[in-house]
Design a protein around this ligand. Structure first.
Ligand SMILES: Cc1ncc(C[n+]2csc(CCOP(=O)(O)OP(=O)(O)O)c2C)c(N)n1
Ligand SMILES: [Mg+2]
Length: 673
C-alpha cells in the first residue's frame, strides 16, 4: 500500500471545492423537491479530502481492478457521491445532477450499483453498505495473497466507507464489523459521520452507547476527530494514521454537523430529508459568500482542480498496467487467471468435473451439494465459501478448504459465525470485487435474516450464491422454529432472484453448474436435510434440463393429469404417477426446480411442459400454496402446508401433513373429476 502521504494545508481553493460539493447537493435536492441535503453538507469537507488526496481511482475507467473502493453506506446522502463523481470527471454530467431522482436518470434517490459511473454498490438500506465493504476488504486480502508476487503488488487497494448513525445502529453492521475486527481487515477504513442526528431527532433518543468503545472492543483502530467536521488537518492526520495501521480495521469518528452552515437548519433532524427551501438556501449561500443567484454553480477553478483526478487516475492505471505487463511476462499463469476472471470466464469446463450420482442410492441434496463442491471448488480458486456456523449441516466446506483468517489470507472458507445478516451483505461485497465470488450457507428458515442482503443482491445483480439447506418440514424434530414453510414462496417473490430447489443429487449438481456459470444476479440453492432417491436419468429425463427451470421428467402419451413438484416432493410425484398408472390414469410428472427460469422460456416450450389442454393438475410442495395458482389454474389441487410445521420425525411430519403418495393419488383423481 502506498504509505507516503503529505499533510497539505487546506487552501482557499480546497474550501471552494467543498462549498461546490455542498451547494450542488443543496441545489439538486431543492430542484427535485426531495432528497437529503443535511448529510452532504456536514460531510463535504471530509469527503473532499478523501477523494482529492487519498482515493486511488480512475474516473476514465471506473472498473480498474486495483482502484480503491468507496462505499457511501449512508446512501441517503447520495448527492454527496454524485457531486464527487461529477466533479472528479466520471460519466455524470451537470445535467445528470439536475435530473436527480427523476425517471431513468443516472442519479436515483439512493445510489444504485453502476460500475460505469463509479457507484460501487447499492446503498440506502442502512447497514448494508458498510457490511458490503467488509466483503470487499476480505476479497482484497484474498486476491492480494493469491495474485501478488515479490515486487508485484497487483492487488493493493483500500476500501473506504462513509457511514452514519443509522449504519452503526443497524444490527447487520454490528455483525459485519465484529467479523472485520476478528479478521484484522486493516484495508478497511470507515469514516463515521458522527452528527448526533437521526430522523426522529437527537441520537440521545435511542443511541447513547460508547460508539468508539464498541468498535475498540471489536478490535478496530479507533480515532476520534473533534471539532465541527471541518478541521481538515486533524482529519488528515487521522487518515494518515490509518495508512500505518497494519492489523486492524480503522474507524474515524468524525464529529460533524448535519446541514453545516445553514443558519436555521444546522443540527436539526428536519435537514436530514427535507430540501432546505429557497429562503434558507439564500441565507446559507450568503453566509458562505456564495452567490445566491447561482444554482448548480461550479467555479472553473474547482472543476480544473477536481478534474485533475482524471489525469492522475489515468497515470495510476498506466503505471499499474506497466507493472501488470511485466508481471504477465514473469508469471504468465496467474496473469492469465486474472484476465480470465476479470472477463467472467471460468478456468475450467464444469461439465468435465461434475459428479454423477448413482441410481438406487438415497442422497440428501445438501450432501450432493457438498460432493459437488468437493469436485468443483479445487478448480475455482476465486470462489470463496462459507457458512454462518452451520458448516457440518450445510455441507458447504469442500474437501481441503482452509479457513480464511487474520494469519491465513490463502483460506477460501469463511467462518461467518452466527451472523446471517452480515454473511449475506459480506458475500455481496465479495461478489462485486470483479474477480471473486462468494457462496455461503445457513438453514432456509434463516434466509429471513439475510433477506435484506438478498434483496439488494437481486436488485443490483450481484452474482452471489446463497445456499439454504434444511429446506422444509423434512428438517424433522427441530420443529417449527427450524422448518421453513413460507420462505420458498417469499424468495420466489423477489424479482431477478433464481430460486433452485433441486429434486435429487444430480439436479443439485446441475444447479451448481448453472449457478457458477450464471453472472447476471444472485442464485439461491434450496437443499434437503433428508435423503432423496437418485432419479434414474435413463428412465426419466436428464437433470441437465434444470437449466430450463421446469421440464417433463416423466412423459406419457396424452396425459390425463399433470403432477407438478419441486425438490423432495418430486419422488412423491413419481410414486403417485406409478400408482395412478396401475389404475389406468396417465400422469405426467413435471420437475420445477426454478420457476424464474421457466418463466423466461418461450411460450411454445412452456406449453410443451404444461400442455394447456390438460386441466387436471396437482402441485406438490412442502410449503405454502402462494404462487402455485399460476401453474395449477382454477381446477388444480395443491398439496402442501397452510400452517407451521411440528416437532416430530420428518417422516411423521410428511404423513401428518398429508404430503404423501396416497394423497397425491387422491388429489389427482379429484382434479380430474
Ligand atoms: C434499514 C433502513 N431503515 C430505515 C431507513 C430510513 N432512514 C434513512 S436515513 C435514516 C436515519 C438517519 O440518521 P443517520 O443515519 O444518522 O443519517 P443523518 O440524518 O445523520 O444523515 C433512516 C431511519 C433506511 N434507509 N434503512
Ligand atoms: Mg446522523
Amino acid at each position: 500500500m502506498s504509505k507516503s502521504v503529505k499533510n497539505p494545508i487546506f487552501t482557499e481553493l480546497d474550501e471552494l471545492c467543498v462549498q461546490t460539493i455542498r451547494f450542488l447537493a443543496v441545489d439538486a435536492v431543492q430542484k427535485a423537491n426531495s432528497g437529503h441535503p443535511g448529510m452532504p453538507m456536514g460531510m463535504a469537507s471530509a469527503a473532499f479530502v478523501l477523494w482529492d488526496r487519498y482515493l486511488k481511482h480512475n474516473p476514465a475507467n471506473p472498473g480498474w481492478h486495483n482502484r480503491d473502493r468507496f462505499v457511501l453506506s449512508a446512501g441517503h446522502g447520495s448527492m454527496l457521491l454524485y457531486s464527487l463523481l461529477h466533479l472528479s470527471g466520471y460519466r455524470l454530467s451537470l445535467d445528470d445532477l439536475k435530473n436527480f431522482r427523476q425517471w431513468a436518470s443516472k442519479t436515483p434517490g439512493h445510489p444504485e450499483r453502476d460500475p460505469q459511473c463509479g457507484v460501487e454498490v447499492t446503498t440506502g438500506p442502512l447497514g448494508q453498505g458498510i457490511s458490503n465493504a467488509v466483503g470487499m476488504a476480505i476479497a482484497e486480502k484474498y486476491l492480494a495473497n493469491y495474485f501478488n508476487r515479490d515486487g508485484f503488488p497487483i492487488i493493493d487497494y483500500s476500501t473506504y466507507v462513509i457511514a452514519s448513525d443509522g449504519d452503526l445502529q443497524e444490527g447487520v453492521a454490528s455483525e459485519a464489523c465484529s467479523l472485520a475486527g476478528h479478521l484484522g481487515l486493516d484495508n478497511l477504513i470507515v469514516i463515521y459521520d458522527d452528527n448526533y442526528i437521526t430522523i426522529d431527532g437527537s441520537t440521545e433518543l435511542a443511541f447513547t452507547e460508547d460508539r468508539a468503545g464498541r468498535f475498540k472492543a471489536y478490535g478496530w483502530y479507533v480515532q476520534e476527530v473533534s471539532g465541527d467536521g471541518n478541521d481538515m488537518s486533524a482529519f488528515e492526520k487521522a487518515m494518515n494514521n490509518t495508512k500505518n495501521e497494519k492489523k486492524r480495521p480503522c474507524l474515524i469518528k468524525l464529529r460533524t454537523h448535519i446541514a453545516y452552515g445553514s443558519p436555521n437548519k444546522q443540527d436539526t433532524a428536519e435537514s436530514h430529508g427535507t430540501p432546505l427551501g429557497e429562503d434558507e438556501i439564500k441565507l446559507t449561500k450568503e453566509r458562505f459568500g456564495w452567490d445566491p443567484q447561482k444554482s448548480f454553480y461550479v467555479p472553473d477553478e474547482v472543476l480544473t482542480h477536481m478534474r485533475k483526478a482524471v489525469d492522475k487516475g489515468k497515470e495510476q492505471e498506466a503505471t499499474w498496467n506497466k507493472m501488470f505487463d511485466k508481471y504477465a511476462k514473469k508469471y504468465p499463469e496467474p496473469a492469465q487467471q486474472f484476465l480470465d476472471a476479470a472477463a467472467g470466464k471460468l478456468p475450467v469446463n464444469l461439465d468435465e468435473f461434475l459428479p454423477n450420482f448413482e441410481v438406487g442410492s438415497s442422497v440428501a441434496t445438501r450432501k450432493a451439494s457438498g460432493k459437488t463442491l468437493d469436485a468443483l471448488m479445487p478448480k475455482l480458486p476465486l470462489v470463496l465459501g462459507g457458512s454462518a456456523d452451520l458448516t457440518p449441516s450445510n455441507n458447504t466446506r469442500f474437501a481441503g478448504a482452509k479457513a480464511f483468517q487474520k494469519d491465513a489470507r490463502d483460506g477460501r472458507y469463511i467462518h461467518y459465525g452466527i451472523r446471517e445478516h452480515a454473511m449475506g451483505a459480506i458475500m455481496n461485497g465479495i461478489s462485486v470485487s470483479g474477480l471473486t465470488r462468494a457462496y455461503g450457507g445457513t438453514f432456509l428458515v434463516f434466509s429471513d435474516y439475510m433477506r435484506g442482503a438478498i434483496r439488494v443482491a437481486a436488485f443490483s445483480k450481484y452474482p452471489t450464491i446463497f445456499v439454504f439447506t434444511h429446506d422444509s418440514i423434512g428438517v424433522g424434530e427441530d420443529g417449527p422454529t427450524h422448518q421453513p414453510v413460507e420462505q420458498l414462496a417469499a424468495l420466489r417473490a423477489i424479482p431477478n432472484l433464481l430460486v433452485f430447489r433441486p429434486a435429487d443429487a444430480n439436479e443439485t449438481a446441475a444447479a451448481w453448474q448453472f449457478a457458477l456459470q450464471y453472472r447476471e444476479g444472485p442464485v439461491t440453492l434450496l437443499l434437503t436435510r433428508q435423503g432423496l432417491p437418485v432419479i434414474d436419468q435413463s428412465k426419466y429425463a436428464s437433470a441437465a434440463n434444470l437449466s430450463k427451470g421446469a421440464y417433463v421428467l416423466l412423459e406419457v402419451d396424452k396425459p390425463d393429469v399433470l403432477l407438478l413438484a419441486s425438490g423432495s416432493e418430486i419422488s412423491v410425484a413419481l410414486c403417485a404417477a406409478e400408482g395412478l398408472s396401475k389404475e389406468g390414469i396417465k400422469a405426467q410428472v413435471v420437475s420445477m426446480p426454478c420457476w424464474e427460469l421457466f418463466e423466461k422460456q418461450s411460450q411454445q416450450y412452456k406449453d410443451s411442459v404444461l400442455p394447456p389442454n390438460v386441466k387436471a393438475r396437482v402441485g406438490i410442495e412442502a410449503g405454502v400454496e402462494l404462487g402455485w395458482h399460476k401453474y395449477l389454474g382454477d381446477k388444480g389441487v395443491f398439496i402442501g402446508l397452510s400452517r407451521f410445521g411440528a416437532s416430530a420425525p420428518a417422516k411423521t411430519c410428511f404423513e401428518k401433513f398429508g404430503i404423501t403418495v396416497e394423497n397425491a393419488v387422491k388429489a389427482a383423481k379429484k382434479a380430474m373429476s
